[in-house]
Design a protein around this ligand. Structure first.
Ligand code: TYD
Ligand code: MG
Length: 464
């Protein structure tokens, strides 16, 4: 009999070691190693790749015919857009997000239109593996959401090998696994949720998805640090990774594609969580702007996410510190960017922030990723320090370079048009060349072009 072996696996990134390590050499996390017993494979099993295709043949790319029905659209337009036009048949998709953000609600809402879709004159069937909740709980939620289609089958089986038997029995076109952290594979001895289990279960699901052409949606929770729990490994294996983001204590949610083998990753979808489920928001730009008038420490920026423009309010609070090391807190934007902006303000504007705490926050609970908010961040900080409000009808767009220069951002025309639509009167933007200026001057906003951070501050704090 083969000897039973054990290994220590990092639960954050999947790094394997033969002995316990306090710190993971790969992802630098502490105390993340868990011992896992490996069941040895026989010689034949271990030498054969699991996804081997025996009847492979060579074809030219032109000979492969594309089936028109390869994409399934759902009734949720925001989701279709993020996916690049709908679910691709036989693809494996990971939907990741914080617990309680609304992942189960979203997939349940999509099942209605999936089950109404016809393929070869038959309605599609969905098998929903509810490993976290009982079918009764899912039924209760489905009733509330008014989603009870005929072809939706529920199972509370958490052993993936048994799920495969049920797949053979029901022959579904869609499989939903809610969540990958709660199912397990009998051949791995570690507990469900461990990296080895997640990896093996996803492997099995990937094989089934490709062999039987079943579109599979895997739901995965994210860790406190915001990574998809356990598996960086998971991201490599699936065709598509979608993040569901937002503040779960607020209503707005953002669906963001971070990997897509069948489309672009630039699109986002916006939802609002209401009593009867997730509602799509087609016009999202206004949602984040509910602000008090004449308050210092606030500036509005127009950012571009995919093809959508969002208007975000950035707030800053600067005050004298009670600590030996002043505090820097960034919520909703990148911490290092805040430090960089503060360094530019110290060096190029001559501020002394060494005895000041700086807190910044993006209102609405949605993170900003692109760098066009730098200038608005600078002005919000200055406005807080000087206690002078920035005109609430002024929009501020621009990236700040290390030399204190204001750098150009893309699609400035579209951003300004959206701001004008929402009632803004003035825009502080980077210096643009003449052909762009000719286009934007007809928008209706008063345009102020700035080249340096010092100019921008003078313009921003000017009281009209
Ligand atoms: P859920 O889909 O269970 O989150 P996840 O699967 O990501 O853990 O959603 C849970 C939250 O959504 C819960 O706190 C309640 C809220 N919710 C609503 O506000 N309205 C609704 O119609 C539903 C179904 C949930
Ligand atoms: Mg859930």
């Amino acid at each position: 009999m083969a000897k039973v072996k054990s290994k220590w696996v990092c639960q954050n990134c999947g790094y394997e070691s033969f002995s316990y390590l306090g710190k993971c050499p790969d992802c630098n996390q502490f105390g993340v190693f868990v011992e896992e017993i490996t069941t040895p494979l026989t010689k034949i099993e271990s030498s054969k790749p699991s996804n081997i295709v025996l009847d492979s043949k060579i074809t030219t790319i032109k000979d492969i015919e594309l089936d028109e029905k390869i994409r399934f659209k759902t009734n949720i337009e925001e989701l279709n857009r993020v996916l690049g036009g709908g679910f691709v048949q036989g693809s494996l998709l990971l939907l990741a997000g914080d617990p309680g953000i609304g992942k189960s609600t979203l997939v349940l809402q999509t099942t209605k239109s999936i089950c109404e879709t016809k393929l070869n004159n038959k309605n599609l069937k969905v098998l929903y593996v509810c490993a976290e909740e009982s079918p009764l709980q899912v039924k209760l939620r489905a009733k509330r959401l008014n989603v009870e289609p005929d072809g939706l089958y529920l199972t509370n089986q958490i052993c993936i090998d048994e799920v495969i038997k049920q797949i053979d029995e029901i022959q579904p076109d869609f499989l939903i696994v809610d969540s990958i952290q709660s199912v397990f594979c009998a051949s791995i001895s570690s507990s469900s949720g461990s990296v080895s289990q997640i990896r093996e279960c996803t492997n099995v699901l990937m094989r089934i998805a490709k062999q039987k052409n079943i579109t599979t949606i895997i739901i995965g929770h994210v860790t406190k640090e915001g990574n998809i729990a356990g598996p960086k490994v998971l991201e490599h294996m699936v065709d598509c990774v979608i993040n569901f983001e937002g503040d779960k204590y607020k209503q707005y949610r953002l669906l963001r594609c971070i990997k897509n083998r069948f489309g672009t990753i630039s699109e986002v979808g916006v939802f609002k969580m209401e009593d009867n489920g997730l509602i799509e928001l087609n016009s999202a730009s206004q949602m984040l702007l509910e602000r008090p008038k004449d308050a210092s420490g606030s500036a509005v920026v127009a950012t571009l996410e995919g093809s959508r423009i969002f208007l975000h309010e950035i707030q800053a609070l600067v005050g004298s510190t009670g600590y030996s090391n002043p505090r820097r807190v960034a919520v909703g934007l990148e911490y290092n960017r805040l430090l960089q902006v503060l360094a530019v303000l110290e060096k190029k504007v001559g501020l002394n922030l060494s005895k000041q705490d700086v807190y910044v926050n993006v209102v609405g609970g949605i993170d900003i990723i692109e760098p066009s908010y730098d200038l608005a961040l600078c002005l919000a900080i200055i406005s807080s320090i000087r206690d002078i409000p920035i005109n609430p009808l002024t929009i501020v767009i621009g990236e700040v370079g290390l030399l204190g220069e204001i750098r150009y951002v893309d699609n400035i025309e579209r951003r300004l048009k959206e701001a004008y639509k929402l009632g803004f009167k003035k825009a502080i933007i980077p210096k643009v060349n003449d052909n762009i200026f000719n286009k934007i001057k007809s928008i209706g906003l008063e345009i102020v072009q700035v080249e340096k951070i010092t100019d921008a501050i003078i313009q921003g704090l000017k009281q009209d």
